[in-house]
Ligand binder design. Structure first.
Ligand SMILES: Nc1ncnc2c1ncn2[C@@H]1O[C@H](COP(=O)(O)OP(=O)(O)OP(=O)(O)O)[C@@H](O)[C@H]1O
Ligand SMILES: [Mg+2]
Length: 437
């Protein structure tokens, strides 16, 4: 049922976008100016990824097979397919209104009403699918149906749904986030930050204050305050383009900062080179894994230990192999021959070879099949149980918050919420924006 995970993830993206559109619309009702570029990007996203990819794929596979297996499904599927057919038309009309408003031919308040009407339909549609259709599909479809549906959704070379499309998706979502007005971020709004209630009274290991970082004129981090105590697992969650990767890279020292400070174990490391930070125990498993394809698995692991005394490397490598037996089996093969999930294990293993006192993980579950996602999270749980201090960046917000002691929600370069993992999971705004509920 991999397809269901993909569908639900896409629903949660759509939900976040719809929530953001609603917020901008209500700001406009209150007199905020129109931001045409933001709306253009958001509508491009809906057109490309919702109307032209997500919906046809559902019709052609999930809905078609569900009709065969369940008479009960017909009525609701008729309605949803009608929505799918109507989608491009509704979008064209909304674009026309946007253009008219941008040219001063339509009052902005009227555009806001049209946006709300549009997102109401979109949200209603998502709710129906999540509450009725997906549960019914889980019950009624046969294993061979799932095989067919999963294959269609997991096809990485599919021109409209494969890796290329995923890369475009990421790009477009980043654009939306960077164009979103500062006031809304992308999702939850700031209503006074709830303060974390119970935090283990361990000493603070990482203390970040007022951290800012820029790409040219774009400020990607706008004054971040964050701390990690010894032994804690802290999750940093947020939409594409929120600044999560930039933050981790700033902590590990490969991304320059323009203001603020980073203290580690009581020492100001803000100006320390990245290799020096690694020697102090800050080790990162980077976004997109970035293992060295032509080098063997063993050599990749050795690279992670280049700051460590030679005599401990062999023993440490055995510990990694005990944790990830598949890497041991393939130790002499080029890393490029590993599957995505195995490369992720290698990237985590490589970071562990540096004997981290703080482990930074950037989206360890990205691009993995659901079963592997679970495996990666199990590894993180094990490390946590062993007392490792972990700062975990994840788009899979629910899973990350569920294992974290505390979490931070990052939106367009600012922390908008913080609390224990459970508090954030229960938080209405977080649920609406990130968990698709
Ligand atoms: N090399 C770069 N040059 C210019 N802008 C960049 C660069 N890398 C990131 N950005 C911008 O900085 C902002 C934060 O990006 P970052 O990659 O830190 O986000 P993220 O939260 O990690 O996103 P994702 O969930 O997609 O990994 C975005 O607006 C992004 O477009
Ligand atoms: Mg990132």
């Amino acid at each position: 049922m991999d397809a269901l995970t993909i569908i639900s993830q896409e629903h949660s993206n759509m939900w976040r976008l719809a929530t953001a559109l609603d917020q901008v619309a209500s700001d406009m009702q209150a007199g905020a100016p129109l931001e045409p570029a933001f709306f253009e990007a958001a509508l491009d996203y809906i057109s490309q990824f919702v109307d032209h990819m997500h919906h046809p794929k559902e019709d052609d596979f999930l809905f078609r097979l569900l009709r065969l297996r369940s008479a009960e499904a017909a009525e609701v599927l008729d309605a949803l397919e009608a929505d799918h057919r109507q989608g491009p038309h509704n979008l064209t009309q909304l674009r026309a209104k946007l253009n008219a408003a941008a040219q001063g031919q339509l009052p902005i308040a009227e555009l806001a009403v049209a946006i709300n009407r549009y997102t109401d339909v979109l949200k209603g549609h998502i709710k129906t699918e999540e509450k009725h259709v997906l549960p019914l599909a889980r019950k009624a479809l046969l294993p061979q149906d799932w095989a067919e549906i999963d294959q269609a959704f997991l096809n990485h070379s599919d021109p409209v749904f494969g890796d290329q499309a995923k890369a475009e998706f990421r790009e477009l979502f980043h654009r939306i986030v960077s164009l979103a007005p500062d006031s809304i971020g992308m999702g939850a709004s700031v209503d006074g930050l709830p303060v974390a209630s119970v935090v283990a009274q361990q000493p603070v290991l990482l203390q970040v204050q007022g951290l800012e970082s820029c790409y040219g004129r774009i400020k990607a981090l706008k004054g971040i305050n964050l701390e990690v105590r010894r032994g804690e697992t802290v999750a940093l969650v947020g939409a594409n383009g929120a600044g999560k990767t930039t933050f981790l890279r700033a902590v590990s020292g490969v991304q320059p900062i323009s203001a603020g400070s980073i203290h580690f174990d009581g020492e100001d490391i803000s100006k320390l080179r990245s290799d020096k930070r690694m020697r102090r125990g800050i080790c990162q498993s980077p976004e997109g894994r970035q293992v060295f394809g032509p080098l063997t698995i063993e050599d990749n692991l050795r690279l992670g230990a280049y700051t460590q005394p030679k005599h401990q490397v062999a023993g440490d490598m055995e510990k990694i192999f005990a944790m990830f037996p598949v890497l041991k089996e393939k130790r002499a093969l080029p890393a490029g021959t590993l599957s995505g999930g195995q490369q992720q294990m290698l990237a985590i293993g490589r970071a562990l070879m540096g004997r981290p006192s703080l482990l930074l993980l950037d989206e360890p579950s990205m691009g993995l099949a659901p079963l592997l996602v679970e495996e990666v999270f199990n590894v993180i749980k094990t490390l946590k149980a062993q007392g490792m201090t972990i700062l975990l960046v994840e788009q899979n917000a629910f899973a990350a918050l569920a294992i974290a002691d505390r979490g931070y929600v990052l939106e367009t370069g600012s922390v908008t919420l913080t609390g224990t993992g459970q508090e954030l999971i229960n938080n209405e705004q977080v649920r609406a924006a990130y968990l698709g509920m």
